[in-house]
Ligand binder design. Sequence first.
Ligand SMILES: NC(=O)c1ccc[n+]([C@@H]2O[C@H](COP(=O)([O-])OP(=O)(O)OC[C@H]3O[C@@H](n4cnc5c(N)ncnc54)[C@H](O)[C@@H]3O)[C@@H](O)[C@H]2O)c1
Length: 332
Amino acid sequence: MTVRLAIIGAGIMGGDHARLFAAEIPGVTLQTICDADAARARAVADKVGARHVASDPEAAIRDGNVDAVLIAAPDPFHAPLTLACIAAAKPVLCEKPLSQSTRECLAVMEAEERRGKRLVQIGFMRRFDPSYVEIKNLLASGALGKALMFHCFHRNVAPAYGVQDSMAICNSAPHEFDVARWMLGSDYTSISVFRPGGANAPQSAPVFMVLETAGGQLVDIEVNISAAYGYDVRGELVGEKGSAFLRAPVLADVNLGLKSYSVYPEDWRPRFVEAYRRQNLAWLKSLASGVPAGASAWDGYCATAVAEAGVAALRTGKTVAVEHVARPGFYA
Ligand SMILES: NC(=O)c1ccc[n+]([C@@H]2O[C@H](COP(=O)([O-])OP(=O)(O)OC[C@H]3O[C@@H](n4cnc5c(N)ncnc54)[C@H](O)[C@@H]3O)[C@@H](O)[C@H]2O)c1
């Protein structure tokens, strides 16, 4: 059996998912590549051999020849298009964040629960990254003792989606919000946000966040969307008996011209290629088995709740409590 997939959004991520599905993931037919920009949809479809192109995402989702949908359009379209997938009873892998608003996340959760079936997976692919998984397994084995802190940083070469002052918190940091919560197995209770003064471009200056969890752990996250030198994501989990650092895949250590160095990628795709592959494979397996995989709409909501509190903390300079609705039994 093959799953007929529609990809909505044929930009950097949609193009990369299409390439992965076409080249490396069996059991998928690329049925439709849909983009508001028809030429972009056509270019990706031609590259991966997709059957159809479209520019109306809602019609592409409703199409009877489409079994499942991957949403890689910009953030503001995630929740409305996920709702359209739920209305059409189609499973959906939606890129992160589910929304930049908890109100919209709650609407998705309510619609999914009304459908009575888990249809939504969120593209928090770091849960599938071998390095994060290794550390989570180490923690679960007890080797590191109790987890106390998680230090994270996330640096981009240049702003990918504009320079509104909240972008680092609403668009980039949800990866860390989700993966640290998943790693530590505990929800956040508060967030404080700091920003260095004196930057030439204050809107895109780094943000430094300190979060507390219900389990008493501390998480600190630097997000720098204008780091210039390369795409660089790191982390260290500190336990009572030891600590573990994430390792990015390094494919070559170069010795040249009296120097020794390795190379940074320009963006996230090479760093997380294995995570995207494993995430997409797990999603497909979950469609066949009916057992959900990865992050749910509830996890998407939790990340957005932290981001909303983070934006309030940035604006007020105060520590802000992270508020959640109670976890619905549907997401137990
Ligand atoms: N999981 C990750 O690691 C990761 C990494 C980067 C980006 N993202 C997320 O993926 C999404 C896409 O990011 P990108 O870098 O590919 O952006 P992009 O700008 O390269 O591509 C977005 C595409 O969507 C199209 N589009 C816009 N409105 C549309 C609509 N209503 N219907 C269909 N297509 C529409 C645009 O024409 C564009 O081609 C973003 O939400 C971003 O947050 C996730």
